[in-house]
Design a protein around this ligand. Sequence first.
Ligand SMILES: C[S@@+](CC[C@H](N)C(=O)[O-])C[C@H]1O[C@@H](n2cnc3c(N)ncnc32)[C@H](O)[C@@H]1O
Length: 332
Amino acid sequence: MTNNRPSPVGIMRLINGYWATGVLAAAATHSVFTHLEHGAGTATELASRAAVAERGAQALLDGLVSVGLVELHEGRYRNTPEAATYLVEDSPVSLAPFARLKLTHTGSLTDLAEVVRAGGPVKDDAVVEVANNPHWEGIVTAIAAQSVPAAALAAEVLALADAGEISILDVGGGSGIYSGIWLETNPAARATQLDWAPINEIALRLLAERGVGDRFTTVDGDFHTTDFGTAAYDVAVYSHIAHQESPESNVEVFTRLRQALKPGGTLVVNDYVVDDDRSGPAFPLIFASEMLLKTRQGSTWTRSDYRDWLVKAGFEDVSFHTAEPATLVVAR
Ligand SMILES: C[S@@+](CC[C@H](N)C(=O)[O-])C[C@H]1O[C@@H](n2cnc3c(N)ncnc32)[C@H](O)[C@@H]1O
């Protein structure tokens, strides 16, 4: 009878899923992926380069093999292609800072069952959509790497390199990652970011470091109440914001963004978008719990939701472009 039972291993891995978060964050903290990339191939070599105990290095390597981020090849450890691309430090797409950040969020999940019962956050300090929330200061640089592929894809879809003297509005731009990439792509473009003042200060510093600060300006304020202007921009972007907002708020913001765009202008929305029947993709589906935990009305919205809201806001043409695990919604 026991032989007919399915294996419990998958469920054991899920129950202990926090081990993966911990091992990955500890490895990122000790730059393990960077040391492996630069030639460390054994626990002894890793311990020496990372200045950690050899017992600790061996446990981390075992854990990383277990979760599929490191592989053994003829007795030596090496990064998988994914780890080499996304977990080595000092790369624009490095998710190592995000891995370290997310470990600090794991405690909040002990509230999830109660949050599910209540239908929203049960502690006021869990809610992210409040004015000038210091939460964003810790997060915007750590999440910037996730937007790099989406911003690069949008630059291609919109042919920004050849678009000439365009003006761009980035609402809730955070670290200024879209403006940074797009201003580098198009040396005649100018960008304006609307965000809270402390966040704009971070973006101003980072864009000056990228050498495009002379074409970047910021507006401090709440995007629910700050005027976006009229027929002022060729391109607007709203990335990883729609999931924190209600459907009504998204329609309202998209309507003002349509007004802020010149005739023929383009709105780019980037977010974790789920299929209309909510059968996938996997990452946006599970992100709905993050929004339940941290927002009063946010969720991961479907393609139909975005299409309906954008049409209500006055856009005529809506297309979807995959930038895994996110989706770009391009509206004209
Ligand atoms: C998840 S981050 C996204 C940052 C950036 N767009 C990206 O994709 O990397 C959300 C950003 O929206 C900003 N934000 C959230 N609510 C806001 C509001 N009501 N007014 C202005 N900015 C807001 C936060 O400060 C933060 O920079």
